[in-house]
Write a protein of this length. Structure first.
Length: 407
């Protein structure tokens, strides 16, 4: 017997899918909206839009970057107001919208042949569709940023195993410095160590087995939970009173030696301190080095409304962003990795991640497989506050079952 459709799915199926903000301006130009979800990338995209408009004087690109962009996007879809072109991460929100036919199909788009196949496969795997509902543009990495000058000062080397990692944190603590600057006032930042642990330790088939009822969080996530709590021991005095912006500023000033964050934070850190020496390494979650893969996923996909009034102009903007010189400009500013063949990231602040990419020792974000309705970041935040492993894992199982029942 088929499960009842969720209210969101019903709304999505009923809308005709697109009006968007595209329009013809009074000066005769076509105006298209580029809606994207990364506040730190707004200026970069605006610079690219200006370059595009010079090359295409008949088209204006309006870059829209609202707070809580994914919620805004879902609300706009429900109101039949889909933006023309969209930049969004490969996550559950994208998957939900793609499965409901919101986006165009790029399966036969010639641009796709220039994209690294591994990232296209991630799109297909997560959506479960034959269609390719977006073109992977950039990949990010979720690991450990470290202050190279402080590492040299303390005589530290990059750890390769979990025991080495904890020993490094102990040495930093013994020297009177803060190992990690946790920013758990913003619940989403709890996902950084969670994803490193949960993407590697329970096994690659965990979420498939979970859906089939073959396993539970209580059975498979005890080690994940224990290590989440262990990392908490090496924070500062106000782990739950400081947020993401606080952490970027504090790390920039040398207030911690390491910082559990993604590569997306590097531009913000360098704005605060252009002279800081940063490098990165994958969080070594295990003493089995084969399990210490770098968490990396598609940070931005480029897609478009399935029914935009201006498909040719929208495609032209996407093609422009995918040109190697423009893609290189973007990753140089944002410290990301390109999904486009031949476009290479050479910034020294991410040099320590190159080997993982070279070897293919990468794994997708665990939370990409978790329904947004679970609000797993809030569950983790509560767990870290109260430190009750049994209650935490039971809550994960309960909320997972509720989310599956709603589908």
């Amino acid at each position: 017997m088929k499960k009842a459709l969720s209210v969101v799915a019903v709304v999505l199926l009923l809308v005709s899918l697109t009006v968007g903000c595209a329009s013809s301006a009074d000066d005769g130009k076509v105006r298209i909206e580029f809606f994207q979800n990364k506040p730190e990338a707004k200026t970069t995209f605006e610079q690219l839009a200006k370059k595009f408009e010079k090359e295409n004087p008949g088209i204006d690109v309006v870059v829209t970057t609202p707070p809580d962009a994914e919620t805004v996007l879902k609300t706009r879809v429900a109101k039949n107001d889909v933006p023309d072109v969209i930049g969004i991460g490969l996550n559950a929100t994208f998957v939900d919208l793609a499965q409901n036919g919101i986006f165009a199909d790029f399966l036969n788009d010639p641009q796709l042949k220039n994209i690294q196949p591994a990232y296209v496969d991630m799109v297909r795997k997560l959506t479960g569709l034959k269609e390719v509902s977006g073109i992977p543009y950039t990949a990010n990495a979720n690991g450990v940023l470290y202050n190279k000058a402080l590492f040299r000062q303390l005589g530290l080397t990059v750890p390769k195993t979990w025991d080495e990692f904890i020993a490094t944190a102990e040495k930093i603590k013994a020297a009177g410095k803060i190992p990690f600057y946790h920013t758990y006032k913003d619940s989403w930042t709890t996902l950084i160590p969670f994803n490193a642990l949960a993407s590697n330790l329970p096994g690659d088939t965990f979420f498939q087995d979970l859906k089939k009822g073959k396993t539970t969080f209580q059975q498979a996530f005890k080690e994940v939970a224990q290590k989440q709590l262990k990392l908490l021991e090496y924070g500062h005095r106000d782990n739950f009173g400081k947020g993401y912006n606080d952490g970027n500023a504090a790390f920039a000033k040398g207030e911690s030696v390491m910082y559990l964050q993604g590569t997306w934070a590097i531009p913000e850190i360098k704005k605060a301190n252009p002279n800081i020496e940063i490098d990165s390494f994958p969080l070594p979650v295990s003493n089995d080095v084969s399990k210490n893969r770098l968490v990396s996923g598609v940070d931005t996909l480029l897609t478009m409304s399935a029914n935009t009034p201006h498909p040719e102009e929208a495609k032209k903007w996407i093609a422009f962003l995918l040109k190697p010189e423009n893609a290189k400009f973007y990753i140089d500013q944002q410290k990301q990795f390109s999904c486009i063949k031949g476009v290479v990231q050479n910034d020294p602040s991410v040099a320590g991640l190159k080997e993982s990419f070279r070897k293919g020792a990468v794994v997708d974000f665990a939370d990409h497989y978790i329904p947004p309705a679970m609000q797993v970041d809030k569950i983790i935040q509560d767990f870290l506050l109260h430190k009750n492993i049994s209650a935490y894992l039971k809550t994960l199982d309960t909320e997972w079952e509720k989310a599956q029942a709603r589908q």
